[in-house]
Design a protein around this ligand. Structure first.
Ligand code: FCB
Length: 448
């Protein structure tokens, strides 16, 4: 998979959707407008030292004001699908109880605007912006948050369920749990394994409870979850390194896939984590393993590892593959990995349908004097990953959509505005949007 070109358009079946993704806190801004309550990301971003460039999502892309212009932009780029997230604190400013109708009004306008332009909405209910009241009551370390999430999901479904067919409960429970509670780089900024495993379990439980409640509310909706997946390869043929890669896979991938599809935690990882596990009630795993209509995958890169006994479980140290292209995130462009994850998940877990919910690269983009944004590395990245999708489709993987991360440059969490993932360049001072060359090429490919 090396040639720099898009795959044949005919490699994708009729009905396959090409689009882009964003999330609420990363683009909306307007954090105090129309009754939105605070989330733990507002607090985290305003805590000195937490965000690399000292920024926050206070303004971001001002999408809350500029959504019409952004919808027109999507339309002009021939996008067929758009994945956005609903901000829980806009809908329920205190996390539960009091409903803020203005919050739902915003998403209703957005969805209607998408449908008017022929763009299929993909709604995600939780892309990390937990209402602060719930955060202060224990956040995802509290079982109560799981049931609050299910109640919130139903409120959104009640308003938008007649127009949005495709739903995801959580975005990346792994990232929420590990990056927020073990690595300390995301809200709530903890470094504690027990908190991490508790959060991971209650996120999954919240997903299961929300699935049950949403199913009851709207039996025909297509429901699922979005997971970040990462293939692990060993940087040395030795058995100890292969085993380290398998353990790392257990933590990153199987810890979430196995409970969702098999109603069990993987025993090898569970053995290592036993002393740190939260209370898991007898019915929890059955609740978590609700049948899914589709599974979204976020794929960016691989982990190429060596066994390192000086590290805590999974005792794997990532190695840089110097010959490969790396984005400004320092993530290796490894297109083969998307093919491997799609075929493996199809083989081992057999979800009814799969979609790529996020895939993309941050590059050092700038607007040239002639007004163009030249981003050949992103274009190569997208072409290669689309070819990986085509290859998986040819082998029978039930893949039905591919969404680029991201529609436009935005607030990249702990890295602030230093990373440009967009198909569309955003000049934050003027809020001017400029489609990059990759966006124009993607638009032409979609149309072809
Ligand atoms: C994913 C997140 C998304 C974005 C990309 C780069 O983990 O879901 O919001 O930050 O990474």
């Amino acid at each position: 998979m090396t040639a720099d070109r898009f795959p044949e358009r005919s490699a994708f079946p009729p009905g396959f959707l090409f689009g882009a993704a964003t999330s609420a806190y990363q683009i909306e801004g307007a954090v105090e407008q129309d009754g939105r309550g605070p989330s733990w990301w507002d607090r985290f971003a305003h805590t000195p030292g937490c965000i690399r460039d000292g920024s926050s999502g206070d303004q971001a892309c001002e999408h809350y004001q500029r959504w019409r212009e952004d919808l027109d932009l999507m339309h002009s780029l021939n996008l067929q699908a758009y994945r956005f997230s609903v901000a829980w604190p806009r809908v329920l400013p205190d996390g539960r109880g009091r409903l803020n109708p203005a919050g739902l009004d915003f998403y209703e306008r957005l969805v209607d605007g998408l449908l008017e332009r022929g763009i299929v909405p993909y709604a995600t209910l939780y892309h990390w912006d937990l209402p602060l009241t719930l955060a202060d009551a224990g956040g995802w370390q509290s079982r109560d948050t799981s049931s609050a999430f299910a109640d919130y999901a139903v409120q959104v479904m009640r308003r938008l369920g007649d127009r949005v067919a495709r739903w995801s409960t959580l975005n990346e429970p792994r990232c929420s749990a590990y990056v927020g509670h073990l690595e300390g780089r995301h809200a709530p900024g903890l470094r504690d394994l027990r908190a991490t495993l508790s959060a991971a379990h209650h996120l999954l439980l919240g997903h299961g409870l929300a699935m049950q409640a949403m199913r009851a509310e709207s039996p025909s909706a297509q429901l699922g979850i979005v997971l970040d997946v990462k293939p692990y390869t060993a940087a040395d043929e030795g058995a100890v390194h292969q085993q380290a890669a398998w353990r790392a896979d257990g933590v990153f991938n199987r810890w979430f896939l196995d409970p969702l599809f098999r109603a069990e935690y993987p025993t090898d990882v569970l053995a290592a984590y036993a002393a740190h596990m939260p209370d898991v009630l007898a019915t929890d795993l059955a609740t978590i393993a609700q049948p899914l209509d589709h599974l979204g995958l976020n794929y960016y890169t691989r982990g190429h590892v060596l066994h390192d006994p000086s590290r805590p479980f999974p005792q794997a140290a990532e190695q840089r593959v110097n010959a490969a292209h790396h984005s400004t995130m320092e993530w290796e462009d490894w297109q083969e990995g998307l093919y491997r994850m799609l075929t493996r998940i199809h083989r081992e877990y057999a979800p009814k349908a799969l979609f790529v919910a996020e895939n993309g690269a941050a590059e050092p983009d700038r607007v040239d004097a002639d007004g163009r944004v030249r981003d050949p590395d992103r274009q190569r990245y997208l072409q290669g990953h689309l070819r990986a999708c085509a290859k998986a489709l040819a082998e029978g993987v039930p893949l039905d959509a591919y969404l680029v991360w991201s529609l436009m440059d935005n607030f990249e969490w702990g890295r602030g505005y230093t990373q440009r993932f967009g198909l569309v360049h955003v000049d934050y001072a003027s809020q001017r949007r400029t489609p990059k060359e990759s966006a124009l090429a993607y638009a032409a490919f979609i149309r072809s």
